[in-house]
Ligand binder design. Structure first.
Ligand SMILES: Cc1cc2nc3c(=O)[nH]c(=O)nc-3n(C[C@H](O)[C@H](O)[C@H](O)COP(=O)(O)OP(=O)(O)OC[C@H]3O[C@@H](n4cnc5c(N)ncnc54)[C@H](O)[C@@H]3O)c2cc1C
Length: 410
């Protein structure tokens, strides 16, 4: 019997032409996992906020977690061009699963970019297989959007660093084996230092899981460090590299958040469009009513636009372009704000059913909000993009329809 061909999708596969044959093979594997396991189980995973171990082990076993890591340490060093497609695919049904992939970048990237050779050889192969997990601890009660306001300190004491302070909103707090902690130098507050702290270090305490609105399956905790000593060999990068290591991890995670939000927006439109063809009112299908068609048209058109922007950001990352951070900010801003709007509109189109816990859009609605807050909120990205545009305008070619001199003199 020939293999059963999956029907064409509402959102076309035009971006897949950018992928190489082995990348397409990995994506096809993820699509099958989504169709057969992750999609059908998504409601169950989203019902309680305990870590989605089943999905984590599945994604690790199938080599999806390893896409985040370099080949020499057991990973597959996937291009962002592939990773955005994988994350979009998972986000289409299950935020927890998408977060397992993009959160792996956030939580472990500093080990890849700043860990010693010994640390990488010991830890990265186990991170690829999911035998160990790391969490990324940057945010504090007094420092969220304004990360330069960190108060946690790292003090050198002989062959050790001593960490003191508090961290808040830390994903994988209850499941990680170690924590990348970014803090200020106690002697020089202008110096940011990143260290890897094992969860059983004396003086380190982790709160129980903190209840939240959505993103069930990837819980968060608060952390407290009371003079926690770790060997100097646990430092990531050089003293002073902490901020840049955090930015490097956040860059990948921002592209990931954008892809996840797009996936969710796509999923929401697929669900609303299906309802539009199943539901009849006032003598014809909901999808035959022009008002509903216009809503669908706007959602689909805007999603395809945002997909193109996210693809450009991924391409820039893979090429190492200097302006990738601005494009990652634009992609995250555009995709996550759009996702929130699309999920609200999709829920409206499905009427009372959209409001039911039994219907997936209620979960999508709760999950969408976090993408606008985590990894730099929409307002932070607007500030970054706007500031960069003002700076570039001073150096940019002047619009040829203007006469010379200051515009104030017009
Ligand atoms: C579920 C979840 C998981 C998380 N996981 C992690 C994790 O694993 N590791 C980690 O380190 N952190 C994590 N975070 C923290 C997250 O990154 C922060 O919540 C985020 O950076 C925002 O910081 P804040 O919550 O302190 O908000 P605040 O900094 O208090 O900001 C409040 C509001 O002010 C707005 N704002 C900020 N600056 C400006 C401005 N200049 N102009 C106008 N408005 C502005 C913001 O956009 C926001 O809407 C997580 C958070 C959540 C909710």
């Amino acid at each position: 019997m020939p293999p059963v061909q999956a029907p064409p999708r509402l959102f076309g596969d035009h971006f897949l032409r950018q992928l190489l044959p082995d990348e397409l093979g990995m994506l096809e594997k993820v699509r099958m996992l989504v169709r057969d396991v992750i999609g059908p189980k998504a409601a169950e995973v989203g019902r309680s906020d305990t870590f989605a171990w089943g999905n984590f082990h599945l994604l690790a076993r199938e080599g999806v977690v390893a896409t985040a890591f370099p080949r020499q340490y057991g990973g597959t060093d996937a291009r962002q061009a592939l990773r955005i497609r994988i994350i979009e695919e998972l986000g289409r049904v299950c935020s927890a699963s998408a977060s397992i992939v993009t959160g792996t970048d956030l939580s472990s990237r500093a080990i890849v970019s700043g860990g010693s050779e010994e640390m990488k050889q010991r830890l990265v192969p186990q991170l690829c297989t999911g035998e160990v997990q790391v969490a990324f601890a940057l945010t504090e009660p007094e420092a969220g959007s304004d990360v330069r306001g960190l108060r946690t300190t790292v003090r050198r004491d002989g062959d050790s660093y001593v960490v003191s302070g508090r961290k808040k909103f830390i994903t994988r707090g209850t499941t990680a084996d170690s924590f990348i902690v970014v803090a200020r130098g106690a002697d020089d507050p202008a110096v940011f230092i990143a260290v890897l702290v094992p969860r059983d270090a004396p003086g380190f305490s982790i709160s129980s899981e903190v209840g939240k609105l959505g993103w069930f399956g990837v819980p968060i905790s608060s952390l407290e460090f009371n003079d926690v000593a770790v060997p100097v060999s646990q430092r990531l990068g050089a003293e002073g590299d902490g901020f840049n290591l955090a930015q490097d991890a956040l860059l990948r995670a921002r592209i990931g958040h954008a892809a996840m939000a797009l996936g969710r927006a796509i999923g929401a439109v697929e669900i609303a469009a299906t309802y539009m063809s199943d539901r009849s009112l006032f003598g014809k299908a909901l999808g035959e009513h022009q008002g509903a068609q216009w809503m669908l048209a706007e959602m689909i058109t805007q999603i395809e636009g945002a997909r193109a922007l996210v693809a450009v950001a991924a391409e820039k990352y893979d090429r190492g372009d200097a302006d990738v951070a601005i494009f990652a900010s634009m992609a995250k801003l555009q995709a996550t704000d759009l996702c929130m709007k699309v999920v609200v509109d999709a829920l409206q189109l499905t009427g009372g059913r959209g409001y039911l816990q039994d219907f997936p859009l209620e979960r999508f609605f709760r999950d969408a909000k976090l993408n606008q807050i985590g990894e730099g909120s929409s307002e932070v990205h607007k500030t970054v993009i706007g500031r960069d545009a003002v700076r570039r305008t001073r150096l940019a070619e002047r619009n040829p329809c203007l006469r010379p001199g200051s515009l104030v003199d017009y």
